[in-house]
Design a protein around this ligand. Structure first.
Ligand SMILES: Cc1cc2nc3c(=O)[nH]c(=O)nc-3n(C[C@H](O)[C@H](O)[C@H](O)COP(=O)(O)OP(=O)(O)OC[C@H]3O[C@@H](n4cnc5c(N)ncnc54)[C@H](O)[C@@H]3O)c2cc1C
Length: 481
């Protein structure tokens, strides 16, 4: 028999969008039940950037393919806190011109930088944001050196992080993910959290959703069916799972037809000096010069990551790996214009994602990789692993200049960690899934409040934008009663 639960507001998904929604609604006195498919872990309980973290906190171990002529492997978090638990935690505000462009193209309102600014200040105050207080990693300093030599603007991005002094005068630091901040805040305001609970579909009655059907894990560790009845529901399952859940429930208009990403390519570069000390985590410097179209930065470069990016036909692989401290991994990410689709297939529980990188995106990726090689060679790199599978080692940026016309399909390793826009908000119901405040057009009591409603690619790390828009939408919903 199914476990039957009731709540005034059901929030599905506890990532940045869901945790923000749950905290604000609970603090406004609403009866909130927050459900999350993944488990709850304390910050630090699972070591970051390890295989066991990928196994426990990522969906499908972190490697889900989107189908297309060039396969794009995308990453989703699946644990209390969503991807805020596994991400680089970079806190990047959107560019004001991006918000103005969205406002004009998608018939939006009250979405200028000035409108969102009080929400950013609230996030900074309540969640916690800071620059690194323990210096810059060798990889970050390498990026600065290259950018300075080329005359490119660069900056240190703040992180969702807090530092506090210890009695001995040193600093302790802690990631400010959702499990550490807004989820406990929601609970303190009376919200109930039900982890390890996957919602499979919504039950509809005319223009209303009345219940959610899924599975939960009981105290005895066994999975059991669950039915949750509610007055209103906020869906915040992320850019792939929110449309997948809606489509499984029979809601399909403008749902899952416009998934956007920041496709990303990584290259490993070798330097005469040591550039790699993995305890620094993800480096925090980015090149500003080409945003929002292209972002250049450094990735976490632990030995397994380097081994991954040295896969393929790299000669003397063992000797190179033995010198891993001289190797760092760098990335270029672009504001992709491809529109992907999210579908739910009958008898198959996973979302099916198609993402066919356009010729324009392959050219932008090629241009970005060429720029990235300019950056690392200007910083003193002696060789770069070719981003094309089976390509020779690169010793000068001119060897990659031909890719500016477009990378060849099927021969590059493209990944994505920023996904959005699969259920875009906007003033035109013919083109958008929700109204300008996240209210689903086709059902009266369903709000979407996560990455899926961003109308287009932000071109910068998206978590700050997702959280500020989530606050804006809940504040409006509360005002409207
Ligand atoms: C490796 C990585 C690094 C990143 N680095 C950065 C960064 O440095 N800065 C930045 O700004 N952004 C970064 N991002 C992106 C950022 O983390 C995401 O944009 C953001 O977390 C999206 O928030 P969300 O609320 O839309 O959903 P998510 O964070 O995806 O959370 C959705 C939650 O819903 C749950 N869920 C899904 N379906 C169901 C269901 N049916 N029933 C119940 N629960 C469900 C999932 O398990 C998940 O926990 C990174 C992402 C990744 C993966």
């Amino acid at each position: 028999m199914a476990l039957l639960l009731k709540t005034e507001v059901l929030v599905v998904g506890s990532g940045p969008g869901g945790a923000t929604s749950a905290a604000l609604l609970a603090e406004a006195g609403q009866d909130v039940l927050l459900v999350e498919e993944g488990r709850r872990y304390r910050v630090g309980e699972v070591e970051s950037y390890t295989l066991s973290e990928m196994d426990l906190k990522y969906r499908n171990g972190g490697l889900t393919p989107a189908m297309g002529p060039t396969r794009v492997t995308y990453i989703e978090g699946r644990c209390v806190g969503g991807a805020s638990e596994i991400n680089a935690a970079l806190y990047h505000l959107p560019l004001p011109e991006t918000l103005d462009d969205w406002t004009a193209r998608f018939d939006l309102d009250e979405l200028s930088f000035a409108d969102l600014e009080p929400r950013f200040r609230a996030i900074e105050r309540e969640v916690g944001v800071s620059h690194r207080q323990d210096g810059l990693s060798p990889a970050s300093r390498t990026l600065i050196k290259g950018a300075d030599r080329l005359g490119w603007r660069h900056t240190e991005i703040e992180r969702f992080w807090r530092y506090s002094p210890k009695p001995d005068g040193s600093l302790s630091d802690r990631r400010q993910s959702m499990s550490e901040t807004l989820v406990p805040r929601a609970e303190a305001a009376g919200a109930r959290l039900l982890a390890q609970t996957r919602i499979r579909r919504l039950v509809l009655d005319g223009r209303r959703a009345v219940a959610a059907i899924g599975t939960t894990v009981g105290r005895d560790g066994r999975e059991q069916p669950v039915e949750i009845r509610f007055d209103r529901v906020v869906l915040a399952c992320g850019a792939v799972q929110t449309p997948a859940l809606l489509r499984r429930s029979g809601v399909t208009r403008n749902i899952g037809d416009s998934l956007r990403m920041h496709p990303m390519i990584r290259i490993a570069a070798r330097f005469p000096d040591k550039v790699n000390e993995p305890h620094w985590g993800v480096p925090v410097q980015q090149v500003e010069e080409f945003k929002p179209h292209i972002t250049l930065g450094c990735s976490h470069s632990a030995l397994p990551h380097i081994a991954l990016w040295l896969a393929g036909d790299v000669p003397d692989k063992r000797a190179r790996l033995a010198e891993w401290e001289h190797i760092a991994v760098f990335y270029s990410a672009v504001a992709g214009q491809t529109l992907g689709t999210v579908r739910s297939l009958p008898f198959f529980d996973e979302a099916f994602v198609r993402y066919r990188l356009t010729r324009g995106d392959m050219a932008l990726l090629g241009d970005s990789v060429h720029k990235l090689s300019e950056l690392v060679f200007a910083a003193g790199a002696t060789e770069v692993v070719n981003p094309i599978e089976g390509g020779p080692l690169v010793r000068h940026p001119r060897e990659l200049v031909g890719y500016r016309a477009g990378l060849p399909h099927g021969k590059v390793n493209v990944t994505a960690i920023h996904l959005f826009s699969s259920c875009p908000m906007g003033g035109n119901p013919q083109r958008s899934a929700t109204d300008p405040w996240g209210q689903l057009y086709d059902l009266d009591n369903v709000m979407l409040n996560d990455a899926s409603i961003l109308p287009d690619t932000p071109g910068v790390n998206p978590q700050a934008t997702i959280m500020a828009i989530a606050r804006r939408n809940v504040e409006r919903a509360l005002e409207r009663g």
